[in-house]
Design a protein around this ligand. Structure first.
Ligand code: UD1
Length: 418
């Protein structure tokens, strides 16, 4: 058995420095390919998704070193543009290497990333953007074969949906395309601003990230860079929801509270006291959480889909009802059955879930169904009476650097049993 054993009902207290953002570090590590030489990335969280990304970089011929939370990627030796199926299956977001390889080598080959635990995740917007830049892409028996080279030219791209991954892929590819690319309908997530900042540090001419139109003047020579990854807003939301569920007073550092506005508004409405300052946020919660107005997931700056399960877990042990509407992914209520094992009352109909607070959950043996669903079970367990075992930790290790260690630092009674 490999699980977290959590004894609930102990308030959380103390201060925690939040890990670097998983969703920033993955595209930024891929972007290291754009320039020969050694890029140095600080605040790099220790996650299985990061390890998978570093495996891909090594296999492509880069030299990769990790020293604590600093990762060095030497892309001088980049010698191949094919990623084997084994590594593509490990992490769906490895599709981000398409844009980076096209920009640097003018060619890329990889297997089609399959569906994932959140339901089908198409990549039509990624491929459409790269084709619009001039790439020729053949899809053959689950394999993607991309050729760019001299055909690549900057131009205006329109994304019909603000896909985070497609925006990042287009930004990376556009750095290698002579001329001006404008991405219209771009995603506005803070991680895209972080990628822009890294690309600028490499010498790229990119502007507009954080708005719906990003402009890249491509084809310039790029150089390796030194960069510090921003704080992880979803990990921060997890620790705040944990303190809201268990009660107590916590302070998080290394995070921009503006990135958390939608989540903080919900926690405040549920009865938590929140104080923000530059680079940090504090939360105090001394009573049961109350039901709040409907929570609708939406692209940034709306309520993040990645925090849906986590907030739901906190509210399930409170009082009053809350409606959730999941607008981004089709299959993102798989944690609900597991929360029910802990006594939660949640009705699901399609995209809508209604949580009726039962005034307290109880411990149970539960299984993580996906990354954020797993974190949600930990949040629920911290507020529940009795002992909970959360299994399926491989999902949690994809996105949290020492979730149990960080929670212990805040006084939680959580142990890793293997
Ligand atoms: C990223 C995040 C993930 C987060 C998600 C939404 C990373 C590594 N992952 O995932 O944690 O949950 O944003 O905030 O940054 N879509 C298409 N066609 C495409 C691409 C996407 O239809 O080609 C759809 C998806 O099915 C989904 C929606 O667009 O319904 C949003 O997906 P997208 O923003 O692309 O998510 P990811 O980049 O995969």
């Amino acid at each position: 058995m490999n699980c977290y054993q959590i004894e609930g009902g102990h308030p959380l207290e103390g201060c925690l420095a939040v890990q670097g953002a998983k969703n920033s570090v993955l595209p930024i590590l891929a972007a290291c390919l754009l320039a020969p030489g050694r890029s140095v990335i600080h605040n790099c969280p220790d996650l299985s998704d990061v390890a998978a990304t570093l495996d891909i970089l090594s296999l492509l011929g880069c030299r990769v070193d990790r020293d604590g939370d600093t990762v060095t990627v030497d892309a001088n030796g980049l010698c191949r543009g094919e990623i084997p199926d084994r590594l593509m299956r490990e992490m769906r977001s490895s599709v981000i290497f398409l844009g980076a390889l096209l920009a640097r080598l003018g060619t890329a080959e990889m297997s089609y990333p399959g569906g994932c635990e959140l339901g089908p995740r198409p990549i039509d917007l990624h491929l459409g953007a790269l084709r619009a830049l001039g790439a020729e892409i053949r899809e053959d028996q689950g394999c993607l074969c991309c050729r760019g080279g001299r055909r690549l030219r900057g131009r205006e791209l329109c994304l019909s949906m603000p896909s985070v991954g497609a925006t990042e892929n287009a930004m990376l590819a556009a750095c290698g395309c002579p001329g001006t690319t404008t991405i219209v309908g771009a995603a506005r997530e803070p991680e895209i601003v972080d990628l822009q900042n890294f690309l600028r540090a490499m010498g790229a001419d990119v502007s507009g990230a954080g708005s719906t139109a990003i402009v890249i003047r491509g084809g310039r020579p790029l150089y390796p860079a030194r960069y510090t990854i921003m704080g992880d807003r979803i990990a921060a939301a997890t620790y705040l929801c944990a303190a809201a569920a268990a009660g107590g007073e916590v302070e998080l550092t290394g995070i921009d509270p503006n990135h958390l506005s939608a989540v903080l508004a919900c926690l405040e409405e549920a009865g938590c006291e929140i104080h923000t300052r530059q680079g940090g946020v504090a939360l105090a919660c001394h009573g049961p959480l109350q039901g709040i107005s409907p929570v609708r997931t939406a692209p940034y700056p709306g309520f993040p889909t990645d925090a849906q399960a986590i907030l739901m877990a906190a509210l399930a042990g409170g009082e009053g009802a809350t409606m959730f509407v999941e607008n981004i992914f089709d299959n993102r209520y798989r944690h609900v059955d597991e929360l029910r094992r802990m006594g939660a009352s949640i009705q699901v109909a399609g995209r809508v879930a209604v949580v009726s607070g039962v005034g307290g959950l109880h411990g149970a043996c539960v299984h993580s169904t996906d990354l954020r669903g797993g974190a949600a079970l930990v949040v629920a367990a911290l507020g529940a009476e009795g002992t909970t075992q959360v299994c399926g930790l491989k999902h949690i290790h994809r996105g949290y650097d020492g979730l149990d260690r960080c929670l212990r630092q805040l006084g939680a009674h959580i142990e890793h049993i293997s």
